[in-house]
Structure formats: C-alpha cells, structure tokens
Design a binder for this molecule. Structure first.
Ligand code: HAM
Length: 375
C-alpha cells in the first residue's frame, strides 16, 4: 500500500490504472491509501526516501510481489497478479535501455519462454513531446465527438497521448490515421533511440517499431517497450517498460533518470506451462523384495553422478511396476530382478525403442551417461 497521491502523481490521474482500477481506502483521519497497481511508483518513493543517489551512481533494483488492479477479469488478466519488477536508476545512456531489454530477453529465454516479440517506440522528451501532443489535439479536435468514446473525448484536452492507447474499436480507427511521434522527435531523442535500436540489431534482437506503443502509464519518456506473445489470448503483453527521466524529480527527489520494466508472473506461467516437463533419465524397476537394498544404493550412486530418476518403493506386481516406469516418462527403465541380482547386473531398457541390454552394476553410471549423451 502507498499513499494514493503517489500513484496519481507518477502514473497519472488520467490513466485507466489510476482513474478506474485502484483499490483505495480512506482512513478515519482522512488519509487516502491504495493497494499498489504497479511497483515503480513505490520503488521511486523508497529511492528518494533513502537518498540512494548519494551512495550509488547507478542503482539496479528489483522487486517481486502482488499488484492490484480493478480490471474486468479474463484469461491472463487478474485483479491480484504478481510482477517481477526491475529498475535501473541513475543513467541517461541509451546503453542502459538496451541493457535492460537484453536482460529481460535473456531471462525469458532462460525460463523457456520463447515465442515472443519485442515492440519498441520512443515517446520523446519534455522538449519534443508537447509539439506532438498539440498535433494530436489538433487532429482529434477535427473528428466529430460522437466518433470517439466518452473517455477519449475528455482525454483530447487533458492527455491526448492516452487516446492512442484506447481499446475502443472506433477510437482505434481514428488512431490509425493520427500523427506519429517519430515525426516529432528532437535530435537528442532521435540519436538516443538510434543507439538503442543499433545496439539491439548488433545483438541480433528483432523488434517491431510500434508508433502507438504509448503504454498505459504517464511517466514514460523516450524508449518504451513491450514483450508480447501470441500464446496467452488477447492479454498478450508478458512484460512492459520504458524510460522515465522526469519521474523522480516530479516526485520531489533529485533530477535522476531511470529505466525499468515489469513482467507479469501469471502470464509467464501460462507460457511456461505449454512446455513439456523435463523427462527423468531413469526409472529403476525393482522386481524382487531382496533387490531393494541394492536398488536403493544404485539410484543414490546414479543421482550423485547427476542422473535423475527414482524407483518403486515397495514390492508390487511386475505389471504394476512397469506401468509406473511408463508413467514416469523416463528415458531408460533399469530392471533389477532375481537374475540381475545374481549376476550383479542391471537390464537397461530404452523406453522409446524397447531395446534392452544387460550391464554390470559397476558400469551402470558410465553406460547411462554415454547413452544419454548420444540421445
Ligand atoms: P505494465 O505494462 O502496466 O507496466 O505491467 C507490466 C506487466 O504486468 C504486463 O506486461 C503484464 O504482464 C502484467 N500485468 C499487468 N496487469 C495485469 C493484470 N491485470 N493481470 C495479470 N497481469 C498483469 C508496469 O506495471 C510498469 N510499472 C513497468 C515498469 C517498470 N516500467 C518501468 N519500470
């Protein structure tokens, strides 16, 4: 929870998040608090409160936890969800932008989220943005007011950038023909953005430049980005972020720039669920009550050597033990029955080809490691 005022001043009063989606309460003494709809505002409040700029030139901070937005729930859109939030505060360099984007993409790759695309835009700065917003005002003021939704009619004067973010189909049709920010960027913003895009290209990172990517929060300047996926229905943004150079100053802190992003954990989990679970290397099928002590020692040795798997834990019918082996999806079934026990051996059966071979117990680790390497 934070003071409501913090969210109004950072995210912006005219955003959907603040205007419609906050859970707010007023205390008996009249103070207003809101459950945090996102983490950035609170991180900035803490940065200022602890004067982190005095001890670190560039503060790299992260936080994870629940966020709350009173949205209409649907697949991938929850009223309580969780974010992984990262901020890099203290650098104006475009390499900070490219670094944050690369880190996010590395992270997504590491957790096996692959079918995603990067959307990129620049929203300009305090110097060039006003020229763009006045061009937008001019453009929208020539559109009949019943052609736009009620919110957008208000936004034309209060915050025309928000019109670009409207989900209403009729508004979207007019947005498609609206002026684009790229035509209004000042030289400094153009140069900044071109270092970001060139750095991404050098890293072979594909991106789509989306002039309508204004994001739903008011604090952004220059680079904005989203990572979108086609695998989670209409709520396609897995992560989003951007630069917020004037934010800390506007909240009463020092004039320190920053850039950050947040991932939605539930959306990440939806994409990760689609991946096949990793297969164990082996299932030890213990077919004789007398074989348990030997089997137990063998699976400990296999695991010590980095192989994954388990065994049936009590005597059962052969059929039932093999059913467990099938269900485990293991690559190899290691059979330990009375014959194998007598010969200090194990029968190794490939679960994909059903071919089997008998191996001395003391050669089992090496045999399995080599067989798994060959695939
Ligand atoms: P955001 O785009 O509002 O950005 O949210 C980031 C991510 O949180 C979204 O891409 C999505 O995955 C997830 N998310 C948002 N709303 C919901 C919801 N109702 N249900 C499930 N997941 C959701 C921010 O919050 C910024 N604070 C990011 C940032 C950090 N910008 C700079 N630093």
């Amino acid at each position: 929870m934070e003071r409501t005022e913090l969210f109004k001043r950072s995210i912006g009063e005219d955003t959907d998040v603040v205007h419609k989606e906050m859970y707010t309460l007023t205390t008996e003494s009249g103070k207003s608090y809101s459950l945090r709809p996102e983490a950035t505002a609170g991180v900035m409040r803490a940065y200022i409160e602890k004067a982190l700029n005095a001890s670190t030139q560039v503060a790299r901070l992260f936080t994870t936890g629940p966020m709350f937005r009173h949205e209409r729930p649907q697949k991938g859109r929850l009223r309580q969800f969780h974010q992984i939030n990262c901020e890099c505060i203290g650098s104006q360099s475009p390499y900070a932008d490219a670094d944050m984007i690369c880190m996010l993409l590395h992270f997504l790759r590491a957790i096996n989220v692959r079918d995603v695309a990067l959307e990129l835009n620049s929203l300009g700065c305090a110097e060039c943005r006003p020229k763009f917003t006045s061009a937008l005002k001019d453009y929208f003021s020539h559109i009949a007011s019943d052609e736009l939704c009620e919110d957008c009619r208000r936004r034309i004067t209060s915050n025309p950038l928000r019109v670009l973010d409207c989900k209403n189909e009729r508004c979207k049709a007019h947005v498609a023909k609206a002026p684009v920010i790229a035509d209004f960027l000042c030289q400094a913003c153009t140069d900044h953005f071109s270092v970001v895009t060139e750095t991404l290209k050098a890293e072979n990172i594909a991106y789509h430049q989306n002039p309508n990517l204004v994001r739903g929060l008011d604090y952004y300047t220059r680079t904005t980005f989203e990572v979108v996926s086609t695998g989670i229905g209409s709520q396609s943004a897995v992560a989003g972020g951007g630069r917020y150079d004037g934010l800390i100053k506007a909240l009463g802190g020092p004039d320190v720039p920053g850039i950050g992003f947040a991932c939605g954990m539930e959306r990440l989990a939806m994409l990760m669920e689609k991946k096949e679970p990793p297969r164990p290397d082996f299932f030890m099928a213990v077919l004789e009550p007398d074989a348990f002590p030997r089997a137990f020692a063998l699976i400990q040795e296999l695991r010590t050597n980095g192989l994954k798997g388990c065994m049936n834990l009590q005597p059962q019918s052969v059929k039932s033990v093999f059913r467990q082996a099938d269900k485990s999806l293991a690559t190899y079934c290691l059979i330990l029955g009375s014959d194998e026990l007598a010969q200090n051996a194990v029968t190794v059966k490939s679960m994909s080809t059903s071919s089997q071979t008998t191996i001395a117990q003391d050669a089992l680790v090496q045999h399995l490691q080599e067989a798994l390497k060959k695939g």
